[in-house]
Design a protein. Structure first.
Length: 591
């Protein structure tokens, strides 16, 4: 008995809810499609302001314009850094307006990131729960992806620690600004204070006219807890390890208000809420309320459409990246008098990232490959060069996926059925390079802002980066806002863009390509490990189809064809009986 997929439904067929396009069915051929499949936007789908030759040229050479914008921003920034007008306010005003586009760029990205993460992770959880019925393949795949991501986060922390001594805290950047509080003793007829509590030279206190520039500091102790305080008054970097884990991690896991999670930019809380939503929707699909059929539950479709809309917004914003990067880099450099310190920190940041991905490659990838397959990993990696080259060129795991599938098939070491399941899943949940880069970038930003990371910061950052990269979109520049969100969550910047973030964006076009290339390599490694680990447990023929006679009995579940709620769980896979019995709908694997 063998499995086969039904033909694509005709346009007149009623819509049947299907799984997110981010996961392909493990039994699918490379020619099969889903109704909701969406890949990298084509040239025709890219945002166009008009159909002129210039915009067509811009769409096809956007990377060049991004590099040009960064270079031009560096040039203008250097010029502004040496500009000393007679009126100091003139330079500040110029920097303010030059940085307008960059500020709007960051605001647009921050506006869309939490809805995107919520919808993406919710759908991912539903997909994984449904795929859990596929048995050992799914279990080993998810376990290996989680293992490599955790290892990447640990290596990211270690590489950041190794280079932490190279980072220099900038003078005047990120230093806490003390609030100026003067205690008035008397007022005039208009209610304006005329004298203030002042510390004299002998240390005594008296009411005097007071000097507005006085540096006297009074420590106020709120004995009875009368004064209202801000939650941001005591940052996470000022807490002990126990307090940091309690306030910065566990108190953010579950918020008292669903809407408040989005308002407060509670990254961890949104992830937990999305996971709970995914589990609840999966149970609702399996056990719908009486009289409610699965195709009448629109929440999943709404979430998929929300994710698609958010991705469209991201593409539109990234389309404006060259001018915005020019703006950000110009202001970042133009407002800095000590360029050498900044460039040195960014250089060490890139070095720590390269060291981190090399350690992940040689220790984790090569080590796991040799442990599972007992063979030279480089004999396998040489077949993946084409996919890695394309990944470096386009900076998108999703766009590279067809070539990655072909390269893995050509190795002869991974059955097509395994590759067609593992690789699409990895394009979404396996972001090892992103985990390393996120940690490295956040630590460098902390030092640039005068913050010395504590052990608690490293622990929280490792957990957040691991969870965050699992739901990251497999498109270019998806990690920019992830870095900003992780930094805010870890170091409590209260929604402010940290100093130096413009430099992170300026080199993102380069680091994003290394990250994507490394993510694709990690996907292919896991595919090889899974195929070796499950050999003999399920029957997979040369065409990538599962022989149900050899498969785990739990994989084959007889379903009631009259119950429409099973349509999503089965993903419309048909099992044909050669003895001439009626076609039965059975759950093989969903994606």
């Amino acid at each position: 008995m063998s499995t086969g997929l039904p033909p694509n439904p005709a346009p007149s067929d009623r819509h049947v809810p299907q799984y997110s396009s981010r996961l392909n069915n493990s039994l699918m051929s490379m020619d099969d499609t889903f109704a909701h499949d969406h890949h990298e936007l084509s040239d025709e789908e890219q945002p166009k302001m008009c159909k002129s030759a210039f915009f067509r040229f811009y769409n096809s050479h956007q990377l060049g314009f991004v590099i040009l914008g960064a270079v031009a921003g560096i040039g203008l920034g250097i010029g502004l850094s040496y500009w000393t007008p007679e009126d100091p306010q003139a330079k500040s005003t110029a920097l303010l307006w030059i940085g307008l586009l960059g500020e709007l760029f960051l605001r647009a990205l921050k506006c869309v990131i939490l809805p995107l993460i919520f919808s993406s992770i919710t759908i991912s959880v539903m997909d994984m729960l449904a795929l859990g019925k596929a048995g050992k393949v799914v279990g080993h795949t998810i376990a290996l992806y989680l293992l490599t991501t955790v290892c990447a986060a640990i290596i990211g922390v270690l590489s950041s620690l190794a280079f932490s001594g190279k980072y220099t805290e900038l003078d005047g950047e990120g230093e806490p600004i003390l609030s100026e509080v003067r205690l008035a003793c008397s007022t005039d007829e208009h209610g304006d204070p005329t004298s203030f509590l002042t510390e004299m030279n002998d240390g005594s206190l008296m009411c005097a006219a007071g000097d507005p520039t006085s540096e006297a500091l009074f420590l106020m102790q709120d004995v009875n807890g009368y004064y209202a305080t801000s939650s941001a008054a005591k940052g996470i970097t000022e807490m002990s390890l126990s307090e940091s884990l309690y306030q910065g991690l566990f108190m953010n896991l579950i918020g008292p208000n669903m809407v408040g999670l989005f308002v407060d930019n509670n990254f961890l809380g949104v992830i937990i809420l999305a996971c709970a939503f995914g589990v609840a929707l999966s149970r609702l699909a399996a056990h719908p309320p009486k009289g409610v059929k699965w195709n009448q539950i629109l929440t999943v479709q709404v979430l998929e459409e929300l994710m698609t809309i958010c991705m469209m917004f991201v593409h539109w914003v990234i389309w404006c990246a060259p001018l915005c990067i020019f703006s950000l880099v110009s202001v970042a450099i133009g407002g800095q008098s000590d360029l050498g310190t900044v460039l040195q920190t960014i250089g060490w940041l890139f070095a720590s990232f390269i060291v981190g991905i090399l350690c992940q490659f040689f220790i984790v990838y090569c080590g796991l490959y040799y442990y599972f397959r007992r063979s030279n990993p480089f004999d396998y990696f040489k077949h993946i060069i084409e996919a890695m080259t394309l990944a470096f060129a386009c900076a998108s795991s999703a766009a590279t996926l067809p070539v990655t599938l072909e390269c893995v098939h050509n190795t002869g070491k991974v059955p097509p059925g395994v590759a067609n399941f593992v690789l699409p899943l990895g394009a979404t949940v396996n972001m090892d390079g992103s985990a390393i880069w996120t940690i490295n970038a956040c630590i460098a930003l902390a030092y640039l802002n005068g913050i010395t990371p504590t052990a608690a910061n490293y622990i929280v950052l490792a957990i957040i980066s691991t969870l965050g990269t699992i739901g990251a979109a497999p498109v270019p520049a998806a990690g920019i806002v992830l870095i900003l969100t992780c930094y805010e969550t870890t170091f409590g910047s209260a929604g402010e863009v940290p100093y130096g973030f413009g430099f992170i964006i300026a080199i993102d076009w380069l680091t994003d390509r290394f990250i994507t290339m490394f993510n694709v390599l990690g996907d292919t490694v896991v595919a090889a490990l899974v195929s070796r680990d499950i050999e003999g447990d399920i029957g997979i023929d040369v065409d990538g189809k599962v022989d149900l006679g050899k498969a785990d009995p739990e994989v084959v579940v007889k379903a009631d064809p009259e119950n429409e709620k099973t349509e999503r769980a089965m993903n419309t896979c048909k099992i044909e009986d050669h003895a001439g019995e009626e076609d039965l709908k059975k759950s093989a694997m969903s994606a």
